[in-house]
Design a protein around this ligand. Structure first.
Ligand code: NAD
Length: 504
């Protein structure tokens, strides 16, 4: 148990800008206007650092979802967005990034209030990464083009053929609560650059920054109906969007379970689907490392964002010769650096989990692990506080059949195992239905590359973890997803290819 287990300070006072954002009337952003909920159904906004209700958002009715889809459909079909010169679209997308940048502090605070993540982390990571992603995709608006290909089965010069890249149409974009603004940016930016119109549905736990984003969309001067934001429950508004006949593409980030359901629902109308789902990412430490530095890296890989990251390094595999020393370092980092605290306190590195359901779920996994015979090196408990805290937890004496090793916990819980050789660790790392990320820690370049080639995951990091870049594709193997976000691939996921063949 950590020495601070029962001392979590109170949440800090909100700024006036945050209070103003929290005081807004529950509404959706549809067709360029704020639309008050017709049903009057609302959902509470809860600050996970205090457990207090601090605002309300609208829970979209069927009619409101239909209205948002109709607005996006009209805006796509009449060409008010696709018809603009790409340079104008590029400029507007950049303007959106400028506005977010000008309000970076407010966005970071709202993210901290809504999700529980430290405001300092949101300011250093979530908000700049969102801006970078939007700017990167803005550039593609003027670079996206088709291809001219010479037919191969017809005599030269008898046919002229080319392939156009066209926007896929209306996109329904459903995002989770762990990186609310960044996930929204990853969805809307490529869609806009490709010429699509969209309906964004943020997670019901964390809609504040998506609503502020809609303010910026209005201020930037996007044509009405190009970007629509509806708030509400997944099984209500989310499900309706996925099934809606006027939606051409569904882009989803969230749990594997929901992703599979969405893929099935979207099949009826054969919508284009991209899915970014869960993970159980391995962190593999070879015996030649600087053990102190690797321990800090391994702790960061699991405790950042309180472990609520799809690529959290939740399974640690350390070579037998360094296992004990490495674990000492990870435990020291957990006890000394990753101290739980309220999201707005400047010194906080480990915020609460997003909701009491999530805290209960994580505690349930820890208890199951203990029952199955795992030993807790540190943590394993929750501080007694009103917020949804879980102490950073490290478990050993685990085996591959335990739920703590097999399932995505999505909390600050690390399970650590020893290995003897690279074949064994490659097999163990791949022994999972997931395949999102993995990191390898070694100074041996040869072993790094050879192991990287054997790991079945969308991203492999070397001597770092969870580093992402807009220019590099991100996505999952196996049950971690379908398709890629970011990079050219992320943009092309919002396009159809049209082949034109003309007899000369
Ligand atoms: P979730 O699947 O419950 O919810 C995600 C979103 O889907 C929310 O907006 C929710 O309202 C909506 N939703 C829920 N049920 C729906 C339905 N039936 N139809 C349509 N929409 C529905 O996931 P969560 O608990 O919010 O997020 C945590 C999960 O997200 C974790 O498993 C994590 O690994 C995953 N995640 C993956 C990535 C990635 O890029 N691969 C990134 C972040 C989070």
């Amino acid at each position: 148990m950590n020495q601070w287990s029962n001392i979590v300070p109170e949440q800090i006072r909100y700024s006036d800008a945050a209070l103003q954002a929290l005081a807004r009337r529950p509404a959706h952003f549809i067709d360029g206007e704020w639309v008050l909920s017709d049903s009057g159904k609302t959902l509470d906004v809860i600050d996970p650092s205090s457990g207090k209700v601090v605002g309300q958002i609208a829970d979209a009715s069927e009619a409101e979802v239909n209205r948002a889809v109709a607005a996006a459909r009209r805006a796509f079909d009449d060409g008010r967005w696709t018809g603009l010169p790409p340079m104008v679209r590029e400029r507007l997308i950049h303007r959106l990034a400028d506005l977010i940048e000008a309000h970076a502090g407010e966005f970071a605070e709202l993210e901290a209030i809504d999700n529980g993540k430290p405001a300092s982390a949101a300011k250093a990571m979530d908000i700049p990464a969102s801006i970078n992603l939007i700017r990167y995709m803005a550039g593609w608006a003027t670079k996206l083009g088709g291809e001219m290909i010479d037919p191969c089965a017809m005599p030269n010069g008898t046919y002229h053929a080319y392939v156009r890249r066209e926007p896929v149409g209306v996109a329904a974009q459903i995002v989770p609560w762990n990186f609310p603004l960044l996930m929204a940016a990853m969805k809307i930016a490529p869609a806009l650059a490709a010429g699509c119109t969209l309906i964004l549905k943020p997670a019901e736990q964390t809609s504040l920054t998506a609503l502020r984003l809609a303010d910026m969309v209005a201020q930037a001067g996007f044509p009405a109906g190009v970007v629509n934001v509806v708030t509400g429950l997944g099984r209500g508004a989310g499900d309706q969007l996925v099934r809606h006949p006027d939606v051409d593409k569904v882009a989803f980030t969230g749990s594997t379970e929901t992703g599979k359901m969405i893929n099935r629902s979207a099949t009826d109308t054969l919508k284009r689907v991209t899915l970014e789902l869960g993970g159980k990412s391995p962190v593999i430490v070879l015996p030649d490392v600087d053990v102190g530095a690797a321990a800090l890296g391994a702790a960061g890989a699991i405790f950042f964002n309180s472990g609520q990251i799809c690529v959290a390094g939740s399974r640690l595999y350390a070579h037998r010769s360094i296992f004990d020393k490495l674990m000492e370092g990870v435990v020291a980092a957990a006890d000394n650096l990753w101290r739980p605290g309220p999201s707005l306190a400047p010194e906080t590195r480990l915020g609460p989990l997003v909701s009491h359901q999530q805290r209960d779920r994580v505690m349930g996994y820890i208890e199951a692990g203990k029952k199955e015979g795992a030993s807790v090196l540190t943590g394993g408990d929750a501080p007694s506080a009103n917020g949804y805290y879980v102490n950073p937890t490290v478990m050993v004496d685990v085996n591959p059949t335990m739920s703590v090793v097999r399932e995505e916990i999505f909390g600050p819980v690390l399970v650590a195992q020893r290995y003897d050789d690279l074949d064994e660790v490659a097999r163990a790392a791949n022994d999972t239905p997931y395949g999102l990320g993995a990191s390898i820690w070694t100074r041996d370049v040869g072993q790094m590359h050879s192991l990287a080639a054997r790991i079945k995951s969308g991203t492999v990091w070397g001597n770092c973890h969870a580093v992402i870049d807009p220019a590099l594709p991100f996505g999952g193997y196996k049950e971690s997803g379908l398709g890629r976000e970011q990079a050219r691939a992320g943009l092309e996921a919002y396009t159809e290819q049209k082949t034109v063949i003309i007899a000369l």
